[in-house]
Structures are given as C-alpha cells and as structure tokens.
Design a protein around this ligand. Structure first.
Ligand SMILES: [Zn+2]
Length: 267
C-alpha cells in the first residue's frame, strides 16, 4: 500500500508565524522548566506551575476577605448589604479615601514581605502582584495612576531597590493603570517606624513627602492608588496622601500587601 502523506501544509503568512511562535514559546517554557523546575515560592517543594505557593503554605496566609470597612479595608463581622464603615473609620476618618490590603501581617505573609524587602526576592513580585490586584480591584477600576511610597535616597542606596516601586510596576503591568514612581518623593529621611507609638509615628513622617514641583500636573485632578507593602497605623500613607492632595490629587486610596493591626510591628 502506498504510503500516505499526512503532512499538513502550514497556512501561509501570519497564522503560520503565530503557530511557530507559540511552539517556540512552549519549547522555551519546557526548557526553562528543565533548568528551573517550578517549586513552591516558600518551602520549595516541586510544583506544576511557577510563581505560586503549595497548598500547605497557601493556608498559612491569613487573607482579608469581605465584608470590609469601605474606608479602612478592615474585615467586618457581618455584611449590611450596602457600603459599610467600621466604628474606627467613623471615629477617626483617615486622610486617604479608601484602603485595601491582601492579608493580615502575620505568619507566612510577614515572612514573604521580609524576604521581598531584605533578601531581594524579586521572584515573589509576580505572586504578590496578583494578590494586590485582587485585593484592590474596586479601587484600581477607578484609578488613573499607581504611585508607590518612595524610599529615602539613603535607604534606596543601601537597599538598591524600592519594593513598593516593584509592586507598583507589577500592578501596573497587570491592570494597565500607569505607574508613576517619580512624582512623589521623600523630602527628608525619617527614622524607622519600628517600635514607635501611633503618635510618634505620625510625628516621625510629618512633612516627609512632597510632589516634585515639575511633575505636579501629573498628580493634579488624578485618582491615585498609593502602593505600600505594609500599613500599620497608616501614618506613612496618610503623610503621603496629604502631599498628593496638596498637589491637587482628586482621590487617594491605599493598596497594601498587608495590614498590621498591632502597634510597633513594622514600617
Ligand atoms: Zn510550600
């Protein structure tokens, strides 16, 4: 019996090229899996996909779930069916319009943030970016600009990178909301917030931020999402919010990886 030719001709032009590119991508992805097989970002057990956690590590993250206080982003004990505000937000409204965070600053989240900041774990950025976008979907939907909390020049030189700017870049890449890491600056260095009381924290960061005079028009009239890794008393993000408002920002919300509800824990 004569051999039948099962070879199927590749469609000409764009489709053939697209198929070739897809094949190349698949080959590249399996090659890189051979070189760097996917593992859990925390405990390094083998996984089937990159940039994630195994089920056991995942359960160590205390995610913040709705119902939330619309202003502070804190979980509320029950849903009222409309926009809810916590007693804390009503008693002392924050400088910013809204805040959202992915998880509580505890357990594995605390360690991941520490690794991101002090051990240059850039490989965590993609997963943390996914969590930020998920936690901040309502505030990102109305945002014009993503602005990371800046580090002081001396701290930036010491650490070589700003973790908030990395997270902001990732949020921007995933949502298409432009990131602006240049307009908001620290105009003076501040002592570490660790171990300070709420009042001391506010004093420590008062007037620490400003919008660059030559970039004010980028901030004026804009709806801004400020990005930080951890929000503790909110002193830092409140000081940054005031600087953005002085430059004419219309709406300022805060998106953080974690909320620390105990005092003197971080920042
Ligand atoms: Zn794990």
């Amino acid at each position: 019996m004569a051999g039948r030719d099962f070879k199927i001709a590749e469609p000409a032009g764009g489709i053939g090229r697209a198929r070739f590119k897809a094949r190349l991508r698949r080959t590249w992805s399996s090659l890189s899996d051979l070189i760097l097989p996917p593992v859990c970002l925390s405990c390094h057990v083998p996984m089937t996909a990159h940039d994630t956690l195994c089920a056991s590590c995942w359960s160590g993250i205390d995610f913040i779930r709705p119902p939330l206080c619309d202003r502070l982003g804190l979980p509320l004990p029950f849903a009222t069916g409309e926009v809810s505000l916590s007693a804390a937000a009503m008693a002392a409204p924050p400088a910013y319009d809204q805040a959202r965070a992915a998880a509580h600053y505890a357990g594995l989240m605390r360690r991941l943030i520490h690794d991101l900041k002090f051990h240059d774990r850039d490989d965590l950025t993609r997963l943390l970016g996914v969590w930020l976008v998920d936690a901040g979907k309502d505030i990102l939907a109305i945002a014009d600009l993503v602005v990371p909390i800046p580090l002081s020049r001396s701290r930036l030189l010491r650490r070589r990178f700003n973790q908030a700017a990395r997270l902001g870049g990732e949020v921007s890449r995933r949502t298409g909301v432009p990131a602006d890491p240049l307009s908001l600056v620290r105009v003076r260095s501040t002592a570490s917030q660790v171990g300070l009381s709420r009042r001391e924290r506010e004093e420590n960061v008062r007037g620490a931020f400003a919008v660059r005079e030559d970039r004010r028009e980028r901030i004026e009239g804009r709806r801004i999402v400020l990005i930080d890794d951890v929000v503790t008393t909110g002193a830092t993000v409140s000081a940054a919010t005031r600087a953005l408002r002085r430059a004419g920002a219309e709406h300022v919300s805060v998106l953080a990886l974690a909320l620390a509800t105990g005092e003197g824990t971080t920042e």
